[in-house]
Design a protein around this ligand. Structure first.
Ligand SMILES: [Zn+2]
Length: 334
């Protein structure tokens, strides 16, 4: 009962911040690309498992379904909502606490469908529409009926996308100003809202209990402490997803990369270089097997410069230090 009371006070007081709402959405959007990277990596390591790449969307649908179902059942929240300490509660107070911590079954099923199936079908439709859009831009769509329908579908999809993004923003803005209790369209559709989750109940078993039981060979008692192990694994998965999100942000942040530096001006041409136009600076003949010394940019016969470098380790013209290993053969007509 105390838990329900805590839940009640939290529900009334704890309105999640917009930061929590947007952060959990961003985290949720990270999981799929992160898993795709993992699948691509596994497919490259084990080339026989190409099917996992081909059926990635379906594989992910299955994993996502299990993951979200677990979180909805145990925490009344999606995976990412749980990470930010949020839980789903019905907007109408009549059935709000009838099932305690759990969501009413229809709302749980609805939540699962909107969390898992909606993104799956949206991604599928988006893939097809993007293909048609590319075909249209490349002029591959003609005047036939089916091509006209495809063009219309591309336009319709753009409009629908714009409308849904606008609706998302409006609902979030209304949530921000306090005129709506619901922060996102799927939650509004289900008649749910987000609230801060009550603090977790203190764990009865500690890690030292688990270690002690395992050490004593008391497997039965060790099994009792298993929920704790599962909890720790779930925590590791959540932090892993958060870490991936951090890495993505780190990669995309504007920074000092080689590309962002301005190109330096080209070096000024040395006067003496004119003397060696189209000839080897060592033998002063036209090149035999033209070879460039990258440190200075002069082109020599391979045998002339190789011999010189073996004896002096410097460029014969500029005196810059160089080795035979830095020589580059040029394939030019001489
Ligand atoms: Zn030469």
């Amino acid at each position: 009962m105390a838990v329900y009371a805590a839940h009640l006070t939290r529900t009334l007081q704890g309105t999640p911040s917009v930061f929590q709402i947007t952060a959990q959405e961003a985290l949720g959007a990270t999981v799929k690309p992160a898993l795709r990277k993992l699948v691509e990596y596994l497919a490259s390591v084990y080339p026989k498992n190409k099917w996992s790449e081909r059926w990635y969307d379906e594989l992910y649908l299955l994993i996502d379904c299990c993951l979200q179902y677990h979180y909805l059942k145990h925490y009344a929240a999606s995976f990412s909502e749980c990470f930010y300490g949020l839980m789903r509660v019905p907007l109408t107070s009549s059935n709000e606490f009838s099932t305690g911590h759990r969501l009413p079954v229809p709302l749980e099923k609805g939540s699962l469908a909107l969390l898992v199936l909606l993104p799956y079908f949206r991604d599928k439709v988006e893939k097809i529409v993007n293909q048609w859009r590319e075909d249209n831009e490349d002029g591959r769509l003609g005047k036939s009926k089916s091509d006209k329908a495809r063009k219309a579908a591309v336009h319709l999809y753009s409009i629908a996308h714009l409308v849904s993004e606008a609706a998302k923003l409006i609902i979030l803005a209304r949530y921000l100003t306090g005129s709506s209790p619901c922060p996102s369209p799927p939650l509004l559709l289900l008649g749910l809202t987000l609230t801060n989750a009550p603090p977790p109940e203190p764990e009865e078993n500690t890690w030292s209990d688990l270690a002690r039981n395992l050490f004593k060979g008391n497997i039965g008692s060790a099994m009792i402490t298993f929920p704790m192990v599962w909890g720790a694994m779930a925590g590791a998965v959540q932090w892993g997803a958060f870490f991936v999100q951090f890495l993505r942000w780190w990669e995309t942040r504007p920074g000092l990369t080689m590309d962002s530096l301005p190109s330096p001006p080209p070096p000024i041409r040395e006067e003496k270089s004119v003397r060696y136009t189209n000839k080897c600076p060592v033998c002063l003949q036209s090149w035999k097997v033209p070879t460039v010394l990258p440190v200075s940019g002069y082109i020599f016969c391979y045998s002339c410069i190789a011999r010189h470098l073996r004896a002096n380790q410097t460029c014969p013209v500029t005196m810059l230090p160089a080795t035979e290993r830095s020589l580059v053969r040029l394939y030019i007509d001489t």
